[in-house]
Design a protein around this ligand. Sequence first.
Ligand code: COA
Length: 398
Amino acid sequence: MGKDISMSSDVAIVGAGITKFGKRHDVTYRELLAEAAAEAIATVDEIRPSDIEGLYVSASMPELTVDQAHVGNLAAQELGITPKIVSRIEMACSSGSTAVRNAWAAIKSGLIDTAIIVGLEKMTHNPQMANKGLCIVPDVEYESINGITAYSGFALAARKHMQEYGTTREQLSLVAVKNHSNAAKNEKAQFHSMGEITLEKAMNARMVSDPLNLFDCSPITDGGAAVILTRGDIAKEFTDQPIWIRGSGQSIEPSLGISNIRSITEWHALKKAAKQAYEMANVKPSDIDVAETHDCFTIAEIIEYEDLGFTKKGTGGKFIEDGESRLDGSLPVNTSGGLKAKGHPIGATGLAQIAEITSQLRGQAGKRQVDDAKIGLTHNLAGFATHHVVHILSNEAR
Ligand code: COA
């Protein structure tokens, strides 16, 4: 049996930040990478290049969109560092949180003390290749080739959830209305300047894959994010406000595409990842004050309310309808605007979620601050909900 790493001291987040998300034609890929790292470094009191012993780069498709491979070395060059561990992580949409979990494990093991995790994607200048990058995530040989894409796969989940639990078209749109309202309070969000949207606008948008319309989808985005982790006992050398990683969970369905999943409306792998994280952190879903969950499509956020245990199975639609996940609700979800309205630059997404919860737990979230937030959760998925990573963060040490 392996060593129980949950028993050793917690790892702390000492820095986290994101770039402006959206169309970033003003920067090259490497400039975006450097900008993301600088945003996180700016939130640390002091850090020297020699302090950074681990470098993790979360990038899903640079080979396709910017004709560049080997981006781990690119990051070391741009940051001017010579870490002991360097790794590029590709786990599609969940690359960012997977990279954080790998860095967390390396610090827990004692191999390194401090790591920076940088994630990014540059997609909007080359939508054809960005779409190709998204379409090769499912099973290309058996599914994508026959028209099963992210939209149509999640559309099937939406239709089935409607049929099984009575979830309504309006409830899907309420997720979009909430997340756009939060993005209107987040200057870094892709759709910040769009402002609030009405329920009518969200419900009547052009169809993408029935029943999902434009406002049920996350957009194509350029953006970067970064997180700096260190050993808990030296965290105060870097910041007065460390945020503690109290729980980390990961689980996968043994399935590349949609056809081998047990259920498309009940995500067993998510329940497993969440259980690991809750147990490690010794908290319950009702202890969570604020969460960032993977709303790649509005239906995903509704299923996540259920499978993260925020509400009973089948009542996710009612949870949004009752306003529970709004900024003024009992458990605010996606205060950043989420993937839906903050944007979804694939490699950056998991890190951006952690950056949002870090700023919430530090009381630095400005107009979207949740009162007295002490415990936060992040959830990042990939594929047809076939891979999940859940982290539980706290502003209080164990
Ligand atoms: N929500 C709201 N508005 C959106 C939007 C979205 N998701 N995507 C694009 N728009 C807006 C744009 O801002 C643009 O407005 P403008 O003309 O005022 O600037 C307009 O719609 C047209 O944008 P365009 O990029 O040409 O739209 P499109 O039809 O090519 O793409 C989608 C729309 C939904 C198909 C595209 O955003 C997409 O592929 N999203 C899903 C990405 C994905 O699958 N990610 C992985 C998830 S697992």
